[in-house]
Structure formats: structure tokens, C-alpha cells
Design a protein around this ligand. Sequence first.
Ligand SMILES: C[S@@+](CC[C@H](N)C(=O)[O-])C[C@H]1O[C@@H](n2cnc3c(N)ncnc32)[C@H](O)[C@@H]1O
Length: 276
Amino acid sequence: MGDLTDARLAEKLGGDFDLITCHGVLSYTPQPGRALKTMAGCLAKGGALYLGVNGAGHPATALRPWLEKFGVAVDTLRDERRVRELLRLWDALHDDDLGELATMPASYLASDVCGAWFNNWSLAQWRAEARRTGWEVAGTAILPAALRLAMEGDRHAPLYPAGVGELAERLDDVRPAGFHRIMLRRALRRGGEPSLRWTGLYTVRVKAGVARFFAGALSVRFETNLTTREAALLAILLEEKMAPTGWVEAWMRSKSGRRRLWEWAALGMVAGGDSD
Ligand SMILES: C[S@@+](CC[C@H](N)C(=O)[O-])C[C@H]1O[C@@H](n2cnc3c(N)ncnc32)[C@H](O)[C@@H]1O
């Protein structure tokens, strides 16, 4: 397709892509910021960028020095029985979602695990690089699950105030992801009108002040108590008639309203809000 760090890429490919997906690339480029800038030039107005990149919890970060302690020359890794034995031991001690390393082909181990990797970054680092180049985090794949853990037993209050990106960062600081799946959009100018829409990822049942949410695509199911105002706003969002009248606007700008909308945005229920 072309070099993502080529400043003339938009001229060559066009500048009106609604969605750009960039998976497993920016962890291996020495200047991811340059690629983020180039991709911004290729994006249509209102478009989005999906970024799949290594996290601080990526196994290579700890695996490389660990293998070296056993005398393995990781820079020139050879696919030997002893290396596979060590990887089997590593797998037994790890319960992550990145698969069994001991069964990976030698080419994967040589490049992704023991190669000269560049950027196994925390979400805070990826977010800083994105913000520097005019992007903001609209959501991350692990955010709903991590936030739900914090919401259990109502322990999430210290996380706020925070927009979606900051929430995701605060949770990733505690539970560093091995791999990030991040949706980015161009940063909104501050002071713009909040415009919210229902993402359609959830089905909702509201009964006697309790709302039950279910998102099959995200494997998320939870229930929450709603105030009368929240229930009314939810009904407006669900009916897609989001025309903020006086009280809706006032509620959205109030401390409790903003907090609730951030939560809903972080869980992937609403999007496009004045969230960051
Ligand atoms: C680990 S592979 C991932 C390939 C594929 N996206 C996937 O997920 O299976 C990394 C890819 O990044 C590409 N790459 C690295 N730097 C690049 C750059 N500056 N511009 C475009 N592609 C780049 C490499 O060519 C390689 O195909």
C-alpha cells in the first residue's frame, strides 16, 4: 500500500477514508507519531482510526530478560528444545489472552517476542502520542470489562472526573494490557456542542427504575439503578431523537450528568459525546 511515514501518502491514496485500520504495525515503526500524522491526512471528516498495538503487558517486555537469565541469546534466537521448554514453563505460569507462546512458529518468536521490538507501550504512552498528533481516544476494547470490574461494589468513584481516554488510561495503569485495540477520532475543538448518539451495541430493558443492559457483541451484561432524569435521557437516546431540551442540556452539563455520560461512553453505550 505504501509507507505510513511518507508525508505524501494522502496525495497518493486519497484523503477521504471513513475508517482506517492499522493492526500490528505501529509497535514496529520507530516513529509512530509520523504514521499517526500521515493517517490523519487520509481520513474523511468524522472518520475513525482503529489501532491495534502492543501494550506494556506484552510478554516480550518481561520474557526477553527472563530468557537471558537462562543463558538464551535472544538477539539471535535459535529454535531449540531448551527454548521451547522454557516457553512451556512461561505459558504454564501465565494466564493471558495472547495465546500459548510455546506453540508459536519460530518466525513469530524471532520477530514479535525476541526481535528488536520498539514500542510495547502503556495506553498512557499511546494516548500521549495520539494527542500530540491531534487524535483522541474514543474507546478501547478492554475498557468496558475493566470499568465493569471497578463498578462492581460501586468502587469506581475515584476514577472521575475523567473522559473516555483518561478512564482507559487509569485502568490500563493498574491492569496493563498486552495488546491494545483502540478507536481514535480527530480531537474535537473544545467548547463545541455535545452531540450524543446511541451506539446500538446494547439492548436495554427498563423496569421500576432498574435498567438491564446487554451487549452480545461485547459479552457485556449488567444492570444499574437509574434516576428519573437518567431514565428519560436514556429513552431519548434509544429513540434517536437527541434534541437536547433545557433540562437535558443542563443535566448533561451538571457534574452527575457528565459523570453518567462518561460512564456510558466508556461502556460503549453512547458515542460522539463531549467526553475527553
Ligand atoms: C507484524 S506485521 C502485521 C501485519 C498485519 N497488519 C497483521 O496484522 O497481520 C507488521 C507489518 O507492519 C508493516 N510496516 C512496518 N512499518 C511500516 C511503515 N512505515 N509503513 C507501512 N507498513 C509498515 C510491515 O511491512 C509488516 O507487514
